[in-house]
Design a protein around this ligand. Structure first.
Ligand SMILES: Nc1nc2c(c(=O)[nH]1)N[C@H]1C(S)=C(S)[C@@H](COP(=O)(O)O)O[C@H]1N2
Ligand SMILES: [Mo]
Length: 524
């Protein structure tokens, strides 16, 4: 045995003690959070605070790197950091008990601060963090007591001493295993308890609200020809495939029975509306509208079309009576995220609504159940508040919303974009008849032309799906006799006012990406 071995096994065991104590803390925290409810999980509180505090560049990086999986990545990262801290504290505490305990107290305090400063924090928000810290400290002290004393390497152990050490070793392994096991059971139980409170069941029971008026167009009807192109985005994106972007680590759970929306600020009459007040109205409208994220890269996936049903925003604002000069509608979701929309867009854009249904279902939980805002033509961060609970009439002069505080433009109409869906660059293509196809959209004026360039040949006009609805994106395709070799395909769109999409290439920050989408394909 090398001389260094005994001390390093000692350190490894101390690290294990730290890890198990960390697990005990997390498990206790989850169980307490489950019992208390109100999304008070200590880990999630820290994660959510991290999202809000992180510099814009990091959040942007997370969104573009992980897409809609950014939250899972953040949680895994957070767990790794916690594990590393716990192991380090174990090693420290093995040398100086007080230092390790103090470290855990500091972590506990950070956790309490994060938990109580969440916008949706309830009265008992601090309790899970406090209990977690207490459980962690108790587990650490207990496990460290069981750590076998360091070996004096110069002394040979008698067989009796060796047997005694083996007993001590087993006792430690057993205790550490038990702590970790109990922690996992507690965390599992906490999750189960929380699940029973989920509102998924309440959502299932809801009848899908139907609009009074006939839609102007058959919803999402794909003309023949387009429907057969495999891989081409349909006009209406199925709910399960619809992109998701938000700052919520855990999807907010709102029971429609307890939900209400307050409309206040610079209005003549303050309104408070229940879900039934909204969904039961006789003037519901329905419309096919494309929603897009400002963080979408050229050719990216962060856009989708859906059939929405909801209450016209213009009507609600009329009922509340907007004071002159109140140029901003500031909306807030239950988790504190805010969004500022020009009042004029809410009043004048046809089909701007508080939506209660998406593609023939109540809103999916991830997409804002029970009520969200939709304003055609504006990027989601300035128009599409999910889990909305508050609407305040104010002014751009006095108020900045979440992403505006982080440097994104306050006025953000959807820029004209076009995307090649097929052929996919990563799939091989066989020479012969093929289709180049995709979607194109512009914020307000519709799409009049889509042009495709194959290598450096002249631009060719693509066929467009017939549409009179400029609020929904448009499919396009160009038949192509693909010959073997490598090809570069490029697309650009012209909007209804005759403006061609700009070739200049810019990243999304601060007001949407720009440039022509192009793909490289190899034809065999
Ligand atoms: N409550 C809440 N609503 C939100 C957001 C958010 O972070 N929180 N993100 C907005 C952004 S940036 C976009 S692009 C759209 C995305 O809506 P979706 O997830 O339903 O596709 O929601 C908007 N509404
Ligand atoms: Mo977005």
């Amino acid at each position: 045995m090398s001389p260094a071995a005994p001390t390093s096994t000692g350190a490894v065991r101390a690290a294990i003690a730290g890890l198990c104590a960390g697990a005990a803390a997390l498990g206790t925290g989850e169980l307490a959070a489950g019992l208390i409810g109100k999304d008070s999980s200590p880990v999630l509180a820290v994660g959510a605070a991290a999202i809000d505090l992180s510099p814009r560049a990091t959040t942007e990086f997370a969104i573009s790197t992980f897409g809609s999986n950014d939250k899972l990545a953040l949680l895994l990262g957070l767990l790794l950091v916690i594990a590393a801290c716990a192991a380090a504290l174990g090693v420290l505490a093995a040398r100086r008990r007080g230092v390790g305990v103090a470290g855990l107290v500091v972590l506990g305090v950070v956790d309490v601060v994060a938990a109580v400063s969440r916008p949706a924090a309830g009265t008992f928000a601090a309790i899970p963090s406090v209990l977690a810290a207490v459980a962690g400290i108790a587990a650490l002290v207990f496990l460290l007591r069981l750590l076998p004393a360091p070996l004096d390497e110069t002394v040979r152990l008698t067989p009796g001493q060796a047997a005694q050490r083996e007993i001590e070793r087993r006792r430690f392994v057993l205790a550490a295993g038990a702590a970790a096991g109990v922690a996992m059971v507690a965390a599992g139980a906490g999750t189960l308890v929380r699940r029973t409170r989920d509102v998924a069941a309440a959502r299932e029971r809801l009848l899908v609200p139907v609009a009074a008026a006939d839609p102007t167009e058959a919803p999402g009807a794909a003309p023949t020809g387009f429907a057969d192109i495999e891989g081409l985005s349909p006009p209406l994106t199925p709910n399960g495939e619809f992109y998701r972007i938000d700052t919520a680590l855990r999807v907010p759970q709102i029971d429609p029975a307890g939900w209400s929306l307050r409309i206040h600020g610079r209005v003549d009459r303050e309104l408070r509306l229940s879900f039934d007040d909204l969904a039961g109205r006789g003037d519901l409208i329905e419309a096919d509208i494309t929603l897009a994220c400002v963080s979408n890269e050229v050719g990216g996936p962060l856009a989708g079309g859906a059939h929405w049903v909801g209450v016209p925003l213009a009507r609600l604002l009329e009922e509340a009576g907007v004071e002159a000069g109140a140029d901003q509608v500031l909306t807030r979701s239950i988790d504190g995220w805010t969004c500022a929309t020009p009042t004029l867009d809410c009043q004048r854009t046809p089909n701007a609504m508080l939506a209660v249904a998406m593609n023939g279902e109540p809103l999916p939980l991830e997409h804002g159940f029970p009520v969200r805002m939709i304003v055609p033509g504006l990027y989601g961060y300035v128009s599409a508040t999910k889990w909305i609970v508050d609407m305040e009439l104010t002014t751009f002069a006095v108020s900045d919303a979440y992403w505006i505080q982080r440097g994104w433009d306050a006025i953000a109409p959807i820029q004209t974009f076009s995307r090649i869906d097929v052929p996919r660059p990563d799939r091989g293509l066989v020479a012969g008849a093929a289709a180049i196809a995709g979607v194109a959209h512009s914020g307000s004026d519709g799409i009049s032309t889509v042009e495709v360039r194959i290598d450096d040949r002249p631009w060719e006009q693509a066929r467009l799906s017939p549409s009179t609805n400029t609020q929904l994106w448009r499919q396009w395709y160009l038949p192509w006799e693909a010959d073997t070799g490598e090809h570069v395909l490029t697309v650009r769109a012209v909007d209804g006012m005759g403006r061609t999409q700009s070739e200049n290439s810019y990243p999304p920050y601060p007001n949407a990406a720009s440039g022509w989408h192009s793909v490289r394909v190899v034809v065999a």
